[in-house]
Design a binder for this molecule. Structure first.
Ligand SMILES: Nc1ncnc2c1ncn2[C@@H]1O[C@H](COP(=O)(O)OP(=O)(O)OP(=O)(O)O)[C@@H](O)[C@H]1O
Ligand SMILES: [Mg+2]
Length: 292
């Protein structure tokens, strides 16, 4: 079970579309957290076309954290997408609320990691990096951070310095494998190999350029014919497979004595939380989770 963050550096390459598409094609229970500090909830306005009024948003989680009730609040406040195993924590309504979340991110990261040990993967839409209120502590704690880019020159130029910054941060934590690129529109015009060479980060997966299918997730557009077997859906499933495999490997590698990531649902949350904490303290040195 994993904490996977999707983010971007510039432009709007498709973070929200990809994160939601991944969630809706995820083969097991998943929580999608809309942590983009831009506000305005692209999920509610886009996929849900403004027709769903959630009971709560991340701001309510910040309140819950202040009263010491963060862990209980997450399942209570998340909304379930009918007919799926996907639950969603919608983001803020306005960018001005992002500051109120700053104290939430570190404890939320720790709580989300404990959640994943309880049998739920977590996907986070972290939006564009560097914004005020960016969920950096969540990004740092991710088993996998997918920097999302298109493959044209402008997109690559905008991603280059952030790719370097992220690589330096993850390498410093001994978690270089936690960083990968997600390309949107493979070969438009550059190939994954070329993108990886320019950005100095490996491409974990590539999503097909598929406007009709993307519009379903981005704007709640009607499903095109053969949606389920569309190029985007097929590439989302392949991306999900690659992301789960990489995140699982990272979690195992960071665990003491390479103890496999626990997957037995009968193990208690407390056991899992203990294992998770232990993985943060190797040789007496806190490697990850320092903020938690
Ligand atoms: N695989 C794809 N193929 C074609 N179009 C896509 C694809 N993914 C996303 N798009 C389109 O790109 C546009 C931007 O997508 P999206 O809103 O998901 O980007 P974003 O990175 O979340 O942007 P922002 O940083 O503004 O939140 C949308 O019009 C969406 O339909
Ligand atoms: Mg977005």
């Amino acid at each position: 079970m994993s904490l996977i963050v999707v983010c971007s550096s510039s432009g709007s390459p498709g973070v929200t579309t990809s994160a939601l598409g991944l969630a809706l094609t995820w083969p097991r229970p998943v929580l999608l957290v809309e942590a983009d500090p831009t506000g305005g909830s692209a999920l509610l306005a886009g996929y849900f076309r403004g027709q769903v009024t959630p009971a709560a948003s991340l701001v309510d989680l910040a309140f819950a954290h202040r009263t010491g009730a963060l862990a209980e609040a997450i399942p209570a406040l998340a909304m379930t997408v009918p007919g799926t195993e996907v639950s969603i924590l919608p983001g803020t309504l306005a960018h001005g609320q992002a500051r109120s979340l700053e104290a939430l991110w570190a404890p939320l990261a720790a709580t989300l990691k404990a959640l994943d040990a309880m049998g739920q993967d977590v996907l986070v839409d972290a939006g564009r990096l560097g914004l005020t209120g960016s969920p950096e502590p969540v990004i740092e704690e991710a088993d996998l951070c997918l920097l999302t880019v298109r493959t044209d020159l402008v997109s690559l130029a905008g991603a280059r310095s952030w790719a370097q910054t992220l690589r330096t941060r993850f390498d410093a934590q001994g978690a270089g494998d936690s960083l990968g690129l997600l390309t949107v529109g493979q070969g438009r015009p550059y190939s994954p190999r070329e993108v990886a060479t320019v950005l100095g980060v490996p491409v974990l997966a590539s999503l097909a350029w598929d406007e009709a299918a993307a519009a379903v997730f981005a704007r709640g557009a009607p499903r095109p014919r053969r949606f389920e077997t569309s190029p985007l859906l097929r590439s989302l499933r392949a991306t999900g497979d690659a992301a789960r495999a990489r995140a699982g490997n990272v979690a195992n590698a960071l665990a003491p004595d390479h103890e496999p990531t626990p997957t037995n649902p009968e193990r208690t949350a407390v056991e899992h939380a203990t294992i998770g904490r232990a993985s943060h303290e190797r040789n007496g040195v806190t490697q990850r989770g320092a903020r938690a």
